[in-house]
Write a protein that binds this ligand. Structure first.
Ligand code: AMP
Length: 212
């Protein structure tokens, strides 16, 4: 099963992608995570991407399309995959189609901007394992320390209020039009449940099974 999760930054795509991985035993592919890893390792790719990411802009299409093409060649994608954060522009969606990869379903996780702003401005992430927390809604056991690997929690550079607003604008301008694109292909389903992690997980899995 080949799936795409569409939604604004902070809509919970990463969390839902994890749930889908467990349910269907397919890898979750996050272009954002691949880029952050490249930055951490000081790779050339990371150097190219860093300034775009820090300012909330999209990394150029040809760069992310190249990353995804390589990633999809891996053996673990043979039985399917779930894309989290790709495609984000029309040329990226068209590039996927040109790769002759059949996408079974596109799930849009629809969360209001004000909820996103609250979520991302309070988000903290583990520098080492990537686990995410929230200063109010999902506190770690010890303040500022990851429950799993005991590393320091940090605020992502692009999680400050101004950059979050820029990222939301980029989403509405460049990524939202993809809804029409996949609606026309009869692949889009929309999840509007965002109350709790569990309820949105259930709604997402229901949408994939075709129950909503
Ligand atoms: P994310 O972790 O998915 O929110 O991505 C973080 C940042 O990585 C984005 O704000 C972009 O700068 C960059 N990025 C990730 N995926 C893409 C993509 N498909 N196209 C362009 N830029 C991307």
């Amino acid at each position: 099963m080949n799936l795409i999760l569409l939604g604004a930054p902070g809509a919970g795509k990463g969390t839902q992608a994890e749930a889908i991985c467990k349910e269907y035993h397919i890898p979750a592919i996050s272009t954002g995570n691949i880029l952050r890893e490249a930055i951490k390792n000081g790779d050339e790719l990371g150097l190219k991407a860093k300034s775009y990411m820090d300012s909330g802009k999209l990394v150029p299409d040809e760069v992310v399309i190249g990353i995804l093409k390589e990633r999809l060649k891996s053996d673990d994608c043979k039985e399917g995959f779930v894309l989290d954060g790709f495609p984000r522009t029309l040329p990226q969606a068209e590039a996927l189609d040109k790769m002759k990869i059949n996408i079974d379903k596109v799930v849009e996780i629809n969360v209001p901007d004000e909820v996103i702003l609250e979520r991302l401005s309070g988000r903290r992430v583990c520098e080492k394992c990537g686990a995410t927390y929230h200063i109010q809604n999902k506190k770690p056991k010890v303040e500022g320390v990851c429950d799993f690997c005991k590393e320091k929690l940090v605020r992502r550079k692009d999680d400050n209020v101004e950059t979050i607003k820029d990222r939301l604008k980029v989403f509405h301008d460049q990524t939202e039009p993809l809804k029409e694109y996949y609606l026309a292909q009869n692949k889009l389903c929309v999840v509007t449940e965002y109350g709790s992690v569990e309820s949105s997980r259930k709604a997402t899995l229901d949408a994939i099974r075709g129950n909503i």
